[in-house]
Design a protein around this ligand. Structure first.
Ligand code: BGC
Ligand code: BGC
Length: 465
């Protein structure tokens, strides 16, 4: 691995997944608090009320980060803490992030905040949620309130984490909060998230922010049989609804014609208003890319089931409105505890594609803002956590980033998902992604072998080894 000095090594978390203290200091329900109460929505009925108790234990967690030598910490801010009832700003909620940011800066760790990682205030959902255009305006107000409190110490802002998940997975598949199952709602939500990003980016820059980005979950989408026209068209459709829906407006100021035709039956032409695309375009100083695995699609049904897609007893649908007749196929690669294939080369392939088609011509840098794996970790008798699979995963993906740099991609950082084992959404606490094990009975933290391997890799990169 050859990653240069100055390359940003970090780890990532998200507010709802770690903070707990769900109703403390004026915080109110987010859509995830409400969703956790829906019978069957989350495995074992788990919720975020305590999670990793990071709200109280953040000094210990920052000390752990410092012990690993992390350059940066990517975390998210809870809108439901800052603007609890979709009305007035809550200073007590903002004060938590104020303390966190100061603690990070004192430890020499760069705070890398994301304004929205899926936890819309429930009060805002009841007023229409992301399918309502007004939510984009409320987001800008919230973003400016956070900037007002922390902008004196923070220059780099990320608006959204994975808008595909906050739109299609949440409003079309119903797999995530708020659990709606409507194709038009997913399309409207996706467009309004992009619009909210564009408007907030402009507002933050006017308020003095130096850099604004967005984080997208992206994947290479391949046709199972590249010489089959049906499979190629399946790959085109899924690439459109997963990757290009977000990349094209941000970098080219349009939705591609083929995607627009695929989504026309679901109302895309009704939600895109004049001026929207201009507000979204060229609004980035950097792009965050989250990568977990690739997608191989075909019009042929697979012989074996690929992923564990329906963790709960609740019925969910496809997140892709225009995907009739499309099936996902395994590639034969080993899988993680999520059933996700381990494909490090897919990260190199994805970064090269993003750079060639989007970020390279625009001259903007890329950061891998999430990449990681859940495994069924076992605690050894001596208390250590020998997670050899995760060590191998991490090293292979750092090599994949290094390979992308060698091929000319301007990728400047890597954040492992996640710092801590945490609330894995519809899977509850069952899936563990952390570099650090969390014992949920005692809240004890233990560095896994992967944390130690990451620490050593960071030290080696700094030493130029
Ligand atoms: C599933 C889809 C899912 C896609 C992307 C497929 O295995 O069938 O529902 O969204 O993978 O992860
Ligand atoms: C999300 C994280 C999540 C991780 C693993 C990403 O899509 O941003 O919140 O825990 O994937 O599923």
């Amino acid at each position: 691995m050859t990653l240069p000095d100055g390359f940003v090594f970090g780890a990532a978390t998200a507010a709802f997944q770690i903070e707990g203290a769900a109703w403390m200091d004026g915080r109110r329900d987010s859509i995830w608090d409400a969703f956790c109460r829906v019978p069957g929505a989350v495995v074992d009925g788990d919720d975020g009320s305590v999670a990793c108790d990071h709200y109280h234990r953040y000094p210990e967690d920052v000390a752990l980060m410092a012990s690993l030598g992390l350059d940066a910490y990517r975390f998210s801010i809870s809108w439901a803490r800052v603007v609890p009832d979709d009305a007035a700003v809550n200073p007590a909620g903002l004060a938590f992030y104020d303390r966190l940011v100061d603690t990070l800066l004192e430890a020499g760790i760069r705070p890398w905040p994301t304004l929205y990682h899926w936890d819309l205030p429930q009060a805002r959902e009841e007023l229409g949620g992301w399918p309502a255009r007004e939510t984009a305006e409320r987001f800008v107000e919230y973003a400016l309130a956070v900037h007002g409190a922390l902008g004196d110490r923070l220059g780099t802002w990320t608006t959204f984490n994975e808008p595909w998940c906050s739109s299609f997975l949440s409003y079309t598949a119903g797999a995530h909060a708020p659990g709606r199952r409507s194709a038009p709602d997913g399309v409207a939500a996706g467009h309004h998230l992009l619009l909210a990003h564009g408007m907030a980016a402009a507002a933050l820059k006017s308020a003095g922010a130096s850099e604004v980005g967005i984080t997208l979950n992206l994947a290479p989408v391949r046709a199972l049989r590249p010489d089959d026209a049906g499979d190629r068209d399946a790959a085109r459709r899924i690439d459109g609804q997963f990757n290009r829906f977000f990349l094209d407006p941000l970098f080219r100021g349009h939705y591609a014609d083929d995607l627009r035709a695929d989504l026309a039956p679901y109302g895309i032409d009704d939600v895109v208003r004049e001026g929207d695309l201009a507000a979204i375009r060229d609004s980035l100083d950097f792009l965050g890319v989250n990568y977990y695995h690739g997608e191989t699609v075909s019009v042929l049904p697979p012989e074996t089931r690929l992923r564990q897609d329906a963790p709960t007893s609740r019925e969910t649908g496809s997140p892709f409105p225009a995907s009739d007749g499309i099936h996902w196929h395994p590639t034969g690669a080993p899988v993680t505890a999520m059933g996700w294939e381990v494909e490090p080369h897919g990260l190199t392939e994805l970064l090269e594609r993003v750079s060639r088609d989007y970020t390279g011509p625009a001259g903007i840098p890329v950061y891998v803002t999430e990449n990681g794996a859940a495994f069924d970790d076992v605690v050894a008798e001596d208390g250590s956590v020998p997670d050899a699979d995760r060590v191998a995963f991490l090293q292979a993906h750092l090599d994949a980033v290094s390979e992308a740099r060698w091929r000319g991609v301007d990728v400047r950082g890597y954040f492992y998902w996640s710092l801590l084992d945490n609330f894995e959404w519809a899977w509850g606490y069952e899936k563990r992604f952390g570099l650090v094990r969390v014992d949920y009975d005692t809240q004890q933290r233990t560095l896994k072998d992967s944390a130690l391997a990451y620490r050593d890799a960071i030290a080696a990169a700094r030493a130029g080894i």
